[in-house]
Design a protein around this ligand. Structure first.
Ligand code: SPD
Length: 288
C-alpha cells in the first residue's frame, strides 16, 4: 500500500486517503525499527510523550500510552457478552495485545491466533514486551496465515471470534468484506459471537455503514460500540459485533474485583455505555 505519512522536523504525521485532510502528528525521538516485511512497511518509533509506537504502512497501530483502551474493549466486550467462552479465535493483531487481554479470562481454554505477518510478531516480541506477553500464554496456538483463508476452513469451532485488523487498505482489505463475515459466521458454535475492528463513524461512514449492513444481514443480533483512543484517527474507534442469538450490549458475567483491578478502561458500565450512539450515527445505522 502507498505510504503517505511523513516525518518532518522530528514529527511523524499520519496521512492517509481514508481520512483526507486530517492528520495526527506525534513527536518522535528515535526510529527503533524500520523495515519492509513480505506484506508491509513496519516502523517502530520511540515517541517523546506516548511511549513506543507501532506503525504499519504509515498507519498508527498503537502507542504504549493508550493501547490499553483498544485491546481491553475489543477483547472484554465480546468475552463478557458470552456466558462461558471456551474456544476463542483472534485474527490479526500481531503485537499480542488482544491475546494479553483474552488471557485474563480463566474460563477460556484455547486461543487460536491467526496473523498474516510473522514479522509483526517478531518486532513486538523484541520492542513491545508489555503487549507480546500475550504470546506466553500456553493456551495460545499461533497460525501464520491469511485470516480470510484460515476462517473459511473452520466450521462450528469457536465461542468468540475477535478480529483485530488494520484498516481496509493493504493486507486487511478482505477482512471488511462479506465473504469474510460469512466465514466468521460458519466458524462459530451455535451460541457464538464475533467482534471486529469497526473504524470511525465520523471519518469512515461508508465503511462503517457497510459493516453494519453485512452484520445485520448475517447475524440474529448485531450492535456497534465505540470508545476513545487519542492516537487513532478522530481520537476514537468502533467495534462491530454480531451474535447468533446472545445479547451483546450488556455483560452477562460478573467481573471480579481482582479482574477489574488489572484493567484501565473496561468496566461493566462502560460496556453498556459504549453502545449509546450519537443521533446521526444511530440514523446511519438504522438506514444500513
Ligand atoms: N487506524 C488504525 C486501526 C488499527 C487497528 N488495529 C490495531 C492493532 C492493535 N492491536
Amino acid at each position: 500500500m502507498k505510504n503517505y505519512s511523513k516525518i518532518i522536523d522530528g514529527w511523524f504525521s499520519e496521512i492517509c486517503p481514508m481520512w483526507p485532510g486530517i492528520s495526527l502528528s506525534l513527536e518522535i525521538e528515535d526510529v527503533l525499527y524500520s523495515q519492509k516485511s513480505k506484506f508491509q512497511q513496519i516502523d517502530l518509533f520511540q515517541t517523546k510523550n506516548h511511549g513506543k509506537m507501532l506503525v504499519l504502512d504509515g498507519i498508527i497501530q498503537l502507542t504504549q500510552s493508550d493501547e490499553f483502551a483498544y485491546q481491553e474493549m475489543l477483547s472484554h466486550i465480546p468475552l463478557f457478552a458470552h456466558p462461558h467462552p471456551k474456544d476463542v479465535l483472534v485474527i490479526g493483531g500481531g503485537d499480542g495485545g488482544i491475546l494479553r487481554e483474552v488471557g485474563r479470562h480463566d474460563c477460556v481454554e484455547r486461543i487460536d491466533f491467526c496473523e498474516i505477518d510473522e514479522t509483526v510478531i517478531e518486532v513486538s516480541k523484541k520492542f513491545l514486551p508489555d503487549l507480546a506477553c500475550g504470546f506466553d500464554d500456553p493456551r495460545v496456538r499461533v497460525h501464520i496465515a491469511d485470516g480470510n483463508i484460515f476462517v473459511q476452513n473452520q466450521k462450528g469451532r469457536y465461542d468468540v471470534i475477535i478480529v483485530d485488523s488494520s484498516d481496509p487498505i493493504g493486507p486487511g482489505e478482505a477482512l471488511f468484506e462479506r465473504p469474510f463475515y460469512e466465514g466468521l459466521k460458519k466458524a462459530l458454535k451455535p451460541n457464538g459471537l464475533i467482534a471486529t475492528q469497526g473504524e470511525s463513524f465520523f471519518l469512515h461512514k461508508e465503511c462503517v455503514a457497510n459493516l453494519m449492513k453485512i452484520t445485520k444481514e448475517l447475524f440474529a443480533v448485531q450492535a456497534y460500540s465505540y470508545f476513545l483512543v487519542p492516537t487513532y484517527p478522530g481520537g476514537h474507534i468502533g467495534i462491530c459485533l454480531g451474535s447468533l442469538g446472545l445479547e451483546l450490549k450488556k455483560p452477562c458475567r460478573k467481573i471480579t474485583q481482582d479482574f477489574q483491578k488489572q484493567l484501565k478502561y473496561y468496566t461493566p458500565q462502560i460496556h453498556e455505555a459504549s453502545f449509546v450512539m450519537p443521533y446521526f450515527a444511530e440514523k446511519m445505522f438504522d438506514d444500513a
